[in-house]
Design a binder for this molecule. Sequence first.
Ligand SMILES: Cc1cc2nc3c(=O)[nH]c(=O)nc-3n(C[C@H](O)[C@H](O)[C@H](O)COP(=O)(O)OP(=O)(O)OC[C@H]3O[C@@H](n4cnc5c(N)ncnc54)[C@H](O)[C@@H]3O)c2cc1C
Length: 489
Amino acid sequence: MIYKTHQDEIQNYLTDASNFRGNAHQVIIPETLLELKLAVEECQKLNCSLTISGARTGLAGGCVPLEGSVVSTERLNRIVKINFDAKEATVEAGVTLTQLEEELEKYKLFYPPNPTEKNSTIGGNIATNASGSRTFMYGPTRPFIKELDLILASGEQLNLKRGENFFFGKYGFLVTDSGSKIPLNIEQKISMPNIKHAAGYYLNPGMDLIDLFIGSEGSLAVVSQARIQLIDKPANVLGLIIYFDDEENLIDFVEEVREESTLSIELPISSDICARLIEYFDKHSLDFLRDDYPNIPQDAVGAIWVEQEFRDVEEDSILENWYKIISEYTNLRDLTWTAIDDVEHKKMKEFRHTLPLKVTDYLSQNSKVKIATDAAVPANNFRKYYSEILDILQNSGCKYLVYGHIGNSHLHANILPRVNEEREDLLPLYDEMIDIALKYGGTVSAEHGIGKLKKKYLRQMFSDEGIKTMKNIKEALDPSGLLGKGNLF
Ligand SMILES: Cc1cc2nc3c(=O)[nH]c(=O)nc-3n(C[C@H](O)[C@H](O)[C@H](O)COP(=O)(O)OP(=O)(O)OC[C@H]3O[C@@H](n4cnc5c(N)ncnc54)[C@H](O)[C@@H]3O)c2cc1C
């Protein structure tokens, strides 16, 4: 076990990708799962707050300590087992997505959740129920978690396998490895939106109790190890970046692809349109990218990136189907960028990943901090939602750009202050955008979580009654409030 206590050696642990900063008196770095348990027990005995730190790529300050100890999972990075027949992997919490993907490549296996930040850890992904571009087809992290080894604030261990522990109606209980029985209830009314969602505890009558811990942002238990579901690596993938000369047509195209894909997932017929991702770049996003990608057409008002998996025999018919639908919606059809081989796919991914990097570069001049939404709404309200968001962005008088997971009606609307002092004045615009998302039945966070920065929006979304239900769960599992202090509440 490594202890770091000098302030100059723990500074990196006091912040995350949100730039929010906190305080701690020490960082504990366990090197084995037993040491992780001992670290939690030590904090419990001293009644000391404990904040779990993964790779600190979070965007909501969740891993940033307010006080006490940080426990880092950086040395808990063993891939314990790959079960090729069952298509499962057992990994320690500190394994990164890059590490996992490299290992799975050897077995031609595939972990579908695809958060963009590949340095993030599986533990962090589970704690935030992280999503990615492929969430459109495969869902977020949650359905891929088959088993969790958890350490509660008391230091007791809890093993949960999917399909074994449920809420009976509104009541449930957990039994720790040492036999303690922990009753849980969701007596007060609370309802989860049926969309991509990562805000607060996931609570539904009758649900599998493993799901409570996925997305709980380090506030209910420490994830020490997970068994995750894999699938066979798809044989082939088609990638298309399609430029549009009309915004309405772009949204019409998305709606048609979304509908056809949803039908194809339910009733699969091989060569039908069945996107696994649908990603959006608005005009301003394309402007940000144009220096690096001069081929982006000047008259493009936006672009859509889609991918579809296919078998060898389907290549011609799938291409034909896609080009047909594309030609119905854009006059820039001939400029569509097509990727089938690995080299071209890599370039396409870089195109998408370059965007947030360019934005970060732009902001780092004068140390500006952007205002960015993570809200999602039900698909049937997307058009109205986006139109109202655009009004706010256009009236802001600032540079802005919108991009993201349009397949899930989940966009990142970014306002870039001209000078940092302007940021405070612009914050009410963020509130207005959240109001609009909630008005249309949306969520305040679809993938980044609440952490310490978005608590007021969690309360706005779930009201006092919903927050009370979540707090009851927290109290049952962590009565002294030691874990993830300041997260969610
Ligand atoms: C450039 C960039 C792109 C991103 N893209 C995406 C994206 O596509 N999709 C997405 O969902 N997010 C994205 N994020 C956000 C971030 O990568 C995710 O939230 C990720 O899941 C955080 O993982 P981490 O290991 O860095 O966790 P950390 O940031 O260290 O922690 C995040 C939260 O998880 C808790 N935690 C960490 N490990 C454990 C554990 N073992 N047990 C219990 N709790 C734990 C922490 O206490 C904290 O509350 C992006 C971030 C950046 C900077």
